[in-house]
Ligand binder design. Sequence first.
Ligand SMILES: C=CC1=C(C)c2cc3[nH]c(cc4nc(cc5[nH]c(cc1n2)c(C)c5CCC(=O)O)C(CCC(=O)O)=C4C)c(C)c3C=C
Ligand SMILES: [Fe+2]
Ligand SMILES: [Fe+2]
Length: 346
Amino acid sequence: MAFIHVPSKKETAAPMGRGRIGVLLTNLGTPDDTSFGAVRRYLSEFLSDQRVIEANPAIWQPILQGVVLTVRPGRSGKAYKRIWNEEQNESPLRTYTRGQAEQLAGRFHADGVRVSWGMRYGSPSVAEAATELMRDGCDRILFMPLYPQYSATTTATANDQLFRFLMTVRRQPAIRTLPAFADDPVYIRALAETLQLSLSGLSERPQMIVTSFHGLPNEYVAKGDPYREDCERTVMALRAALAMSDEDMPLTFQSRFGPAKWLEPYTAPFVAGLPAKGITRVAIITPGFMADCIETLDELGNELRDEFMAAGGEELTLVPCLNTCPQAIDLLEHLARVELQGWMEF
Ligand SMILES: C=CC1=C(C)c2cc3[nH]c(cc4nc(cc5[nH]c(cc1n2)c(C)c5CCC(=O)O)C(CCC(=O)O)=C4C)c(C)c3C=C
Ligand SMILES: [Fe+2]
Ligand SMILES: [Fe+2]
């Protein structure tokens, strides 16, 4: 079940109308800690979203609440423990998303634009972040789901969550939502620069740079989700920026969930099969993730690395996501300023 904090109409209505602009960054969300209960709560909210699992809830909910949420939270909890940010006692996705918001706020300080952040699932919620902006006098909000490639399972459900909250509000702010930015030149340049920086520290250049995007059921694409096309646009633009071929920089999809067919080729068997073809030094870049998370740090950085080495691999370099690097903040500022045109003059 999705629980969102719903402020009373009085709470949100009072300070509006001061003509401020707010920017609200959002990403997927993450458990509050690595315990079975916290991971179960997070997965239950996430996997009950009908944008994510389209199966009939009358059939899916007994499976989810029965088998899936009995087995998966323990396994995922162990994976979260391996990548946990112990210093701040939170998951990396939360650390990086907050960092992105704080640094973006610095870029907009002189313009008087407020920046906040909230998660689609878990905390802080999108409703809490929007409430904070509205209390601060923002009557225009730019909502930025941090997904470079559009999918109904990510971008659309984030937008749904904001508008669901606004259904409870008497005096709504004006809203703009950030479109996907799969081949935005500033995004592609940020990816190319972080890749080159990561490779510059290696004694030998990898024989192949594998791109790995989060997967999606084939059925969703067949029904009209443009996600695969968006991933292809990103990879084509990145290859062009780096003068690389599709053999040097293949496109793969990771993180399959459940028994259905998902977008192919699947990253893990593809990469684990490379040493048998004489490719023992690879780098993996994950352009679909704006911040490192369990899917990049553990699934690729731990699990796939072990598989690759066991199959005869010599070196696997996992290129960090954009996270809070200067190029990431330049990108967020660029995307926001484009969308804010007409609301503020530059
Ligand atoms: C049907 C299931 C799933 C779909 C569809 C899906 C799409 C999708 N997800 C992301 C980004 C992230 N997913 C993350 C974690 C994650 N995703 C699924 C399932 C689906 N995702 C699960 C079950 C999990 C939890 C991981 C686990 O339990 O092992 C994350 C990381 C969150 C974190 O806390 O670190 C991200 C980010 C995209 C871009 C996407 C659409 C294509
Ligand atoms: Fe742009
Ligand atoms: Fe996912």
